[in-house]
Design a protein around this ligand. Structure first.
Ligand code: CP3
Length: 327
């Protein structure tokens, strides 16, 4: 489940009342504890390491703050080629080594119970936060730069891609058994500009990783990019809820596993309806291998019993409908 650790779990909130978010991320014993919470409480089939996509720009020398209610803030924002000089080229073992320690600690704690998924943002999505200085509505700084000086923005994306590559590799070496790339803002681009601007940096970040562990790409609002996404060097394409899975499958062909794509708001309905939604989801995904998942992050107000109902329905209706070739 996307964003399964944290936000909606009372056990997470209790820890969070005592430590701020970045302290949790940077203290491997605490981060490992949060990572394991949804495995114990919800019974999910995988743990996703507790960290954040914005730890990468922080490691590049930009100050990161999570202000209550305002979302993340990055200071100073990077808005031109000249600003690139402000970014450092971090040694990830030193600046992000705490995430690698968390991965190793979670692996030790979970043993063979469930696999551990590592993750990063795609260079484009990390750039979106770095250029805007945080969460944004119109993304006019990012998109303005992309039209004014695409070569300059491509240099920023390449810088992020270098760090992301080392960061992903470090997570594999620490024991991550799959990696998920979050492209929350990939859908801002039209296909041609996705191909020329976002894609080269994404491919650089993934260079040499294919075949080491399964790679999952998550795109939000990227239905118009499916002809490009079907060519990515990944095993799993994770999609949001905007298109039914059978429609996605018809567009991407048989090669990739599909992951998704229940609307997170569906978990606000009563459990009987959640079960019905999961049955429909399984039917829509039955044209190929499918990992049952949400189409975006858990909403913070989701009742824990509803999240449990989702997992239970997935286990009841999921396994038996997996096509033989995907087992
Ligand atoms: O999935 C998990 O449970 C593992 C941990 C994880 C977090 N963030 C922890 C977190 C993961 C995989 C992420 C990914 C992430 N972070 C994305 C991509 C996925 C998506 O949701 O689109 C993005 C865009 C971010 C950036 C980010 N981090 C934002 C916009 C925010 C603030 C708003 C929010 O979602 O709550 C965060 C903070 C954050 N990251 C929290 C958690 C548990 C909430 C922090 C808190 O406890 O106050």
């Amino acid at each position: 489940m996307m964003r399964q650790a944290g936000r909606f779990l009372p056990q997470y909130r209790a820890l969070r009342a005592r430590h701020d978010f970045l302290t949790l991320c940077k203290t491997p014993s605490l981060a490992a504890e949060v990572t394991a919470q949804p495995v114990d409480i919800l019974g999910v089939d995988a743990a996703i390491v507790f960290a954040d996509i914005l730890l990468v720009p922080e490691a590049m020398g930009v100050a990161l703050r999570f202000a209550r209610g305002d979302g993340p803030q990055l200071e100073p924002p990077v808005r031109s080629s000249a600003d690139l000089d402000k970014l450092s080229r971090p040694d990830v073992a030193r600046s992000l080594g705490y995430v690698f320690e968390t991965v190793a600690e979670v692996r030790r704690a979970l043993g063979t119970r469930v696999p551990v998924i590592g993750f990063a943002g795609t260079p484009w999505t990390v750039a979106a936060y770095l250029v805007e200085g945080g969460a944004a509505k119109s993304f006019h700084h990012l998109l303005g730069w992309s039209h004014r000086d695409p070569a300059g923005l491509a240099r920023l994306l390449a810088r992020i891609a270098e760090v992301t590559h080392d960061y992903l590799l470090g997570q594999i070496e620490a024991g991550a058994q799959a990696l998920q790339l979050f492209d929350t803002w990939g859908g801002l681009l039209d296909p041609e500009r996705f191909r020329t601007l976002a894609l080269p940096a994404l491919l650089r970040a993934l260079e040499g990783l294919s075949g080491r562990v399964p790679l999952i790409y998550y795109g939000r609002g990227t239905s118009h990019l499916l002809p490009l996404l079907r060519e990515l060097p990944i095993e799993v394409l994770s999609v949001d809820w905007r298109l039914p899975l059978d429609v996605v499958r018809a567009q991407i062909g048989p090669r990739q596993v599909l992951q998704g794509n229940l609307d997170p708001a569906a978990l606000l309905a009563p459990p009987v309806q959640i079960e019905r939604a999961v049955r429909a989801l399984v039917a829509a995904g039955s044209g190929g291998p499918h990992i049952i998942n949400l189409g975006h992050g858990m909403l913070p107000m989701t009742p824990v019993e509803h999240a449990c109902a989702f997992v239970e329905a997935a286990k009841t209706h999921g396994r038996c409908s997996v096509p033989a070739r995907a087992r």
